[in-house]
Write a protein that binds this ligand. Structure first.
Ligand SMILES: [Ca+2]
Length: 318
């Protein structure tokens, strides 16, 4: 059993972020994790919508206090903003148009919240990021000491030996703010990066989705309802009924890294490529690293049955 992980979560809620919030809520309720705060960022939806969705999901999971939700960056550092409404619905939760949450976002930006919480819990926080990295980049600019204050950064993003999911080569979270992502990969902090190479093979299909849909508890019904939209968006890509719940794999590897297979590589983001802007690049040559960056622990695979079963068990436990 791993010891309790203290999460600060940065996301763009979003259907797979919502599933990740439910997974984190199950860990909190089992005493296996603490969730000290959430920040939201532009990405799947605008960050205020993402923050209200985060509150809706936490409240659905029974977490009604103690987790401040801060609204973060409304746009990337050096390009226009784009949302992913085709994948997540106009409301970010599969066009379910849920009522307003009871809680409100806190005042202050998500980047300032990262710095404040890192300063108040030095060396303790796992900073989990499953949206564009603008808030993390901004937090690094706010406080030079941030990397030394964070226990570990775990990011869903990038694609290496796998096609992109927003352009031919780029994965969406990185492509939405390449400059911020490159700042984050350049920082001297321990990092696990969970790219499409690891997440795409975890797609859930009929059996998993039917088991979730058959469970008669309000949270499972909520999860099945929002997944319906996502599953319909994914089916043409997967060529069968299914969904890739990318963000939850990053959360699970943060708790139990033993579930993943990794390589250690310095990572950079292509910022100027005509066809490849926003692509993650590593040097995979078997030579001593020329790059001065701290190598990143990049997940290239995982124990897929264990991931799927643990995620389903978590959702059914709420
Ligand atoms: Ca996300």
């Amino acid at each position: 059993m791993t010891k309790a992980t203290t999460f600060l979560y940065d996301c763009d809620t979003g259907i797979d972020d919502a599933m990740t919030l439910l997974y984190l809520a199950s860990l909190v309720q089992a005493g296996e994790a603490e969730l000290v705060g959430v920040g939201t960022v532009h990405g799947n939806v605008d960050p205020l919508t993402g923050a209200l969705n985060t509150l809706r999901v936490l409240e659905a999971a029974g977490i009604t206090e103690g987790v401040p939700v801060a609204v973060g960056a409304t746009r990337p550092m050096a390009q226009d903003v784009h949302y992913a409404l085709d994948w997540h619905g106009t409301d970010g939760l599969g066009d379910t148009h849920l009522p307003a949450p009871a809680g409100r976002p806190v005042t202050g930006s998500a980047a300032a919240q990262i710095v404040r919480l890192a300063r108040s819990r030095p060396g303790e926080l796992t900073l989990l990021a499953t949206g564009p990295l603008t808030n993390l980049g901004a937090a690094l600019l706010l406080d030079d000491a941030l990397p030394s204050l964070i226990r570990e950064v775990v990011i869903m993003g990038g694609a290496f030996d796998h096609p992109g999911n927003i352009t031919t080569h780029a994965e969406a979270n990185i492509w939405h703010d390449p400059e911020a992502a490159d700042l984050v990969f350049a920082a001297d902090w321990p990092m696990i990066l969970v790219p499409l190479d690891a997440t795409h093979p975890t797609a859930v299909h009929d059996d998993w989705l039917d088991r979730l849909a058959a469970h008669d508890a309000p949270v499972a019904r909520f999860a099945a309802k929002i997944l319906k939209f996502y599953e319909e968006a994914y089916t043409p890509t997967l060529k069968r009924r299914g969904a890739v719940i990318h963000d939850a794999l990053a959360a699970m590897l943060a708790v139990d890294p033993e579930l993943g297979e990794y390589v250690h590589r310095c990572v950079r983001v292509e910022l100027r490529g005509e066809l490849t802007r926003g692509t993650t690049v590593w040097d995979a040559r078997s030579l001593p690293a020329e790059d001065t960056r701290r190598p990143v622990q990049v997940a290239v695979g995982s124990d897929v049955p264990a991931f799927q079963e643990r995620l389903l068990t978590a959702l059914l436990s709420l």
